[in-house]
Write a protein that binds this ligand. Structure first.
Ligand code: ZN
Length: 307
């Protein structure tokens, strides 16, 4: 069954400025990797824009409107210490969130079985009313809310293996039992949330990993905590916050994952999607700041989605 790749040229044009780790070359590396012959069967789709209504399901309407209205005509607009908008950023943010919604539509319709959204800016730090940590709109949260509102799904699981905790995603859904949010992340680390005691209404599952933890600790946390929680929740759709910055080469964090760990966790998540969700899985790119590791890990992830 087919796997789709959603992306858009504007996601390459979003530029947080010279020296910023969330650079356009990140996405260029991912897309270049996916040009290899083994990815020839990917169904390539140009991401549409998210609609205001889709965004406003999880973001405050004034935040959406201000973000789209205030994009700079030249130079940069700084939204928080790490998060900047360039002239192309609003369009990129709309396409990044729109990719995730369109991917949900496609897997629910059965047009494709799984999808990977190769997009930026990333999303999991963005809260209902604020940009944060390189993120403008919370792409996976918008997608989960879309699956519930537009398709009537009652249980959506978001799995986040980015090295940073997805504080925005947790914050948006911490009172909503229709969405399970399960995260592995380094702790302590930015943004400081993600302690195992943070449980929401029983729908938040945090598996923090100490600095220096590697494959054994990561897989153990998945086997003991994350994967059983998803299995028990029996989601009708799996959404993945696919950050690759827990790799040992990443400059922003101190976990020691190997490329093969991303193939491993992806296979486990595909298995759970097959068991509970008719195979439906949508993955969206989050972090990953070593270009070589990002290239290899995203390729391993997509190859496992296609297996
Ligand atoms: Zn990250």
């Amino acid at each position: 069954m087919s796997v789709a790749l959603y992306t858009h040229a504007s996601c390459l044009a979003h530029d947080p400025g010279p020296g910023h780790p969330e650079s356009p070359s990140r996405l260029a590396s991912v897309l270049d990797a996916l040009e290899e012959e083994r990815f020839a069967l990917l169904v390539r789709v140009e991401a549409p824009r998210a609609t205001r209504a889709q965004l406003a399901r999880v973001h405050r309407a004034p935040y959406v409107d201000d973000l789209l209205a205030n994009a700079p005509r030249s130079g940069w607009l700084q939204l928080d210490p790490d998060t900047l908008m360039s002239p192309a950023s609003a369009e990129a943010a709309l396409r990044a969130a729109g990719a995730a919604c369109a991917a949900v539509d496609a897997v629910v319709a059965g047009d494709v079985r799984r999808a990977f959204c190769a997009v930026r800016p990333p999303g999991h730090h963005a809260t209902a009313a604020s940009a944060m940590g390189f993120c403008l709109f919370n792409n996976v949260a918008v997608a989960a809310a879309h699956a519930i509102a537009a398709h009537g799904l009652e249980r959506v699981a978001i799995v986040d293996f980015d090295v940073h905790h997805g504080n925005g995603t947790q914050d948006i859904f911490c009172g909503d039992a229709r969405v399970l949010y399960a995260s592995t992340h380094q702790w302590p680390l930015y943004p400081g949330t993600g302690a195992s005691e943070e449980r929401g209404v029983g729908n938040i599952v945090n598996a923090p990993l100490r600095p220096g933890a590697g494959s054994i600790e990561f897989r153990d946390a998945c086997i003991r905590t994350v994967l059983p929680a998803i299995d028990a929740f029996a989601p009708q759709l799996l959404i993945v916050s696919a950050g690759f910055d827990a790799h040992r080469q990443d400059p922003l964090a101190s976990l020691e994952l190997e490329t093969d760990d991303y193939a491993w966790i992806t296979r486990r998540l595909v298995d759970l999607a097959e068991r509970h969700a008719g195979g439906r899985l949508v993955s969206s790119l989050e972090g990953g700041y070593d270009l070589g590791a990002l290239r290899a890990c995203s390729a391993a992830h997509v190859a496992a989605l296609m297996a």
